[in-house]
Design a protein. Structure first.
Length: 318
């Protein structure tokens, strides 16, 4: 077996006449966490459904855990776990009963199913709440139980479709910790997300997907580097001077963004030190008082906005 857990080559999928996937390529190394990052409607769920054999591609080649998803769908199903965007738990049943039910559905015997349910409850910190009806779980607990359910068969490859959407920061942190421990145990994970921070935190590599194709991929650092390197942030004392400060910054780099609530102007810069000293001098001579000036790397949000903007797309295809 090779070091590749997932291969997607030139996959197309249309719903009626509308393309959802439009020549998507992806490769995921065994034992890594791969983030698929994209906005609403980008095609993330469609991709996950194809990878997990729930949907056939119109065109292209897809292999998961060494098997073709179309011609060897049963072999693929046997090796994967799926956490869908909309969970499939029984609200009335307790956590333990839900897990036992999933285990029985996957043909584990009654005793093995009970053991497996207990192992998973323990692993996801749910042992104390195993009897409580799932309808009374918090969002984070539910999502952890979903994760546990997708692991009943100890899959080689796990698909997580927006595992933390709708969770509060605490619930999100809980799910992140669970995903990390899975990855540490050697499971290959493909997760989709609209949260750039999530991909940054969890993924070894990231594919940015927009309108059914990968528009950029790499590590979080590589993606950040592709969008013009560092930025300078200037926080002003007086919000009334934001426009004046914003007018000074273009001399040091590119497009300026202004956040009035935080009294912040921000811009990409070509040369860190030259920009820092230049901005300090320019502000001083314009009589603009800064509360804070900092150089930083771009956030993944800024990278994403840059990569998906029509402007950028026009430039790339020009
Ligand atoms: N069953 C369907 N029938 C028709 N069109 C669909 C169907 N499922 C998805 N689509 C369309 O295909 C495109 C991709 O949808 P998909 O659900 O894969 O996006 P997504 O990236 O998962 O979005 P979200 O972040 O909202 O979950 C969208 O334009 C969507 O409207
Ligand atoms: Mg989706």
């Amino acid at each position: 077996m090779t070091g590749t857990a997932i291969t997607v080559e030139g996959v197309h999928k249309k719903y009626r006449d509308k393309p959802a996937l439009d020549g998507l390529d992806l490769e995921v190394a065994r034992g890594t966490v791969h983030g698929v990052l994209g906005p609403n409607g980008a095609g993330k769920t469609t991709l996950v459904r194809i990878l997990s054999t729930l949907l056939r591609p119109d065109r292209g080649r897809v292999e998961v855990a060494g098997h073709d998803v179309v011609t060897e769908a049963a072999a693929v199903r046997f090796r994967i776990g799926l956490l869908g965007q909309h969970a499939a738990l029984d609200e009335q049943l307790g956590g333990r009963q839900n897990l036992e039910m999933f285990a029985r559905l996957h043909h584990l015997g009654a005793r093995r199913a009970r053991e497996r349910a207990d192992e998973l409850l323990l692993r996801f910190g749910l042992a104390d709440t195993g009897r409580k009806a799932v309808g009374q779980y918090s969002g984070g607990m539910r999502r952890r139980l979903d994760l546990a359910a997708s692991l009943v068969t100890d899959p080689e490859v796990l698909f997580l479709d927006e595992p933390t959407t709708g969770l509060d920061p605490r619930g999100r942190a809980e799910v992140w910790a669970s995903v990390r421990s899975l990855a540490d145990g050697g499971t290959t994970v493909l997760l989709t997300t609209q949260y750039l921070e999530e991909a940054d935190q969890l993924a070894d590599r990231i594919s940015v997907v927009d309108r059914g194709r990968v528009i950029a991929d790499g590590t979080a650092d590589e993606l950040k580097a592709r969008t013009g390197g560092d930025r300078i942030d200037v926080v002003l004392r007086d919000a009334g001077q934001l426009a004046a400060a914003g007018a000074l910054l273009p001399a040091f780099g590119g497009e300026v963004s202004v956040d009035a609530d935080r009294r912040l102007v921000s811009a990409p810069v070509a040369d860190r030190m030259a920009a820092l000293t230049g901005v300090v001098r320019a502000l001083e001579s314009a009589g603009i008082e800064a509360e804070d000036i900092a150089l930083r790397r771009p956030t993944l949000d800024e990278v994403f906005l840059h990569l998906t903007s029509d402007d950028h797309r026009a430039k790339e295809t020009a």
